[in-house]
Write a protein that binds this ligand. Structure first.
Ligand SMILES: [Mg+2]
Length: 393
């Protein structure tokens, strides 16, 4: 195809009230502030992406307000200085930026969607996906009591979800897992600690948890800590899955090399978008490490990108994708993401992310906007641009 002629980037912050509050070890979320990124090309074609940063820098260092500044003030000027010829270029052009991967991913996802639409093919096949049927599990937040938790688990199992994941935090862990095991028997069950524990204080707790037949223990220790995770993994039969600790293909390689984990949760935002996600799943696959797609309480746009990513061959475990209606009374798509009664989602054959955006709903939820015209914005030249230009000439 011809090169993409990226003309404009539109940012919109939406506020979506969650159906139910979602509690993890780092806090309670009742409403999601989400930046929707629209990439517009010279022909007027558009692609959509979503920034998965949380309102506050508690999941990782990124936040909605900081991401807005980085996208408008750094990413767009860098793309203006070195316009991407294709979606694959975006991650490389933005590689001089340290961290801020959710900001990078938001725009990279929009450009991948745009490119797939220009080609007239679904994003999942454009990325090289091979699985049209995506297996889905659910993540259940901390609940007010064990009885409430058991009721929630029953609802999700009845809905067909293939794997139940329980959020845990110190003091609310072992007894939750035991109660769910006792009541529901041999279901696919995992836990996610969101970095809340330490090796020195809690190794014994995880050795007890090791006896409960979990599919995995997700991110028990501090984000970024590969060494202590390797020490803990050596003491456990249950695979450790890393989430927060894996921010790039290099992290994934190092974690696998030193035995920090036996499973990886890939999140598009956390790793910087589709190119990085694809590289991680490929390396993990070559290393016999299963991967799956994690969730960040996305709107339908982020959810649709997650479905596309999950079609790649390394995604062999059920992801946290879930139906729109699990989180939202009304999504930003005209047709919601639906999960079949066997816990599967179909990748669609429609070009791009495969779902129509409900523009009226999007406008209704929008609280601020900014349009960046790439021909008018400042240009930030980076060392990378020089390398790219030299390589081309
Ligand atoms: Mg997690």
């Amino acid at each position: 195809m011809n090169a993409i002629g990226l003309k404009q980037v539109q940012l919109a912050e939406i506020r979506m009230p969650l159906k139910h509050a979602f509690e993890t070890s780092f806090g309670v979320t009742t409403e999601r502030r989400i930046i929707i990124v629209t990439a517009v090309d010279e022909s007027g074609a558009v692609g959509y992406g979503e920034c998965t940063a949380m309102e506050q820098p508690l999941y990782n260092h990124e936040s909605v307000d900081a991401a807005w500044t980085v996208i408008a003030g750094s990413i767009c000027p860098m793309l203006a200085a070195e316009p991407p010829q294709k979606a694959e270029d975006v991650a490389e052009i933005l590689s001089p930026i340290k961290g801020n991967r959710m900001s990078i991913a938001a725009i990279e996802m929009a450009i991948w969607d745009l490119e797939a639409k220009l080609l007239g093919i679904p994003l999942w096949s454009h990325l090289g996906g091979t699985n049209e049927t995506i297996n889905s599990g659910v993540s259940i937040g901390l609940q007010s009591s064990i009885d409430v938790l058991l009721e929630k688990v029953k609802i999700e199992l009845d809905a067909g979800y293939q794997r139940i994941k329980l959020k845990i935090k110190p003091g609310r862990d072992l007894e939750l897992v035991k109660a769910v095991r006792d009541k529901f028997g041999d279901i696919l069950l995992s836990v996610d600690a969101n970095s809340a524990y330490s090796l020195t204080e809690h190794a014994d707790l995880f050795r007890k948890m090791d006896k409960l037949g979990l599919l995995m223990i997700e991110q028990p220790l501090r984000a970024g800590d590969l060494i202590d995770h390797a020490k803990l993994q050596a003491q456990l039969a249950t695979p450790i899955c890393l989430d927060e600790s894996i921010t790039s293909p290099v992290d994934a390689r190092q974690a696998i090399e030193i035995g920090s984990c036996r499973i990886i949760n890939i999140k598009l935002g956390r790793v910087g978008g589709h190119s990085a996600a694809r590289a991680i799943q490929q390396f993990a696959r070559e290393s016999d490490i299963p991967v799956w797609c994690g969730g960040m309480l996305e709107s339908g746009i982020g959810r649709a990108h997650n479905i596309a990513m999950s079609s790649l061959p390394g995604f062999v475990l059920p992801g946290d994708i879930s139906a729109s209606e699990r989180y939202w009374d009304q999504d930003v798509l005209t047709d919601k993401v639906k999960v079949h009664s066997d816990g599967t989602i179909n990748a669609r054959s429609t070009p791009g992310i495969g779902y129509q955006i409900d523009i009226d709903r999007l406008n209704q939820l929008t609280v601020r906007t900014e349009t960046i015209d790439l021909s008018l914005t400042q240009r930030i030249h980076t060392p990378y641009e020089k390398r790219l230009s030299n390589a081309r000439h």
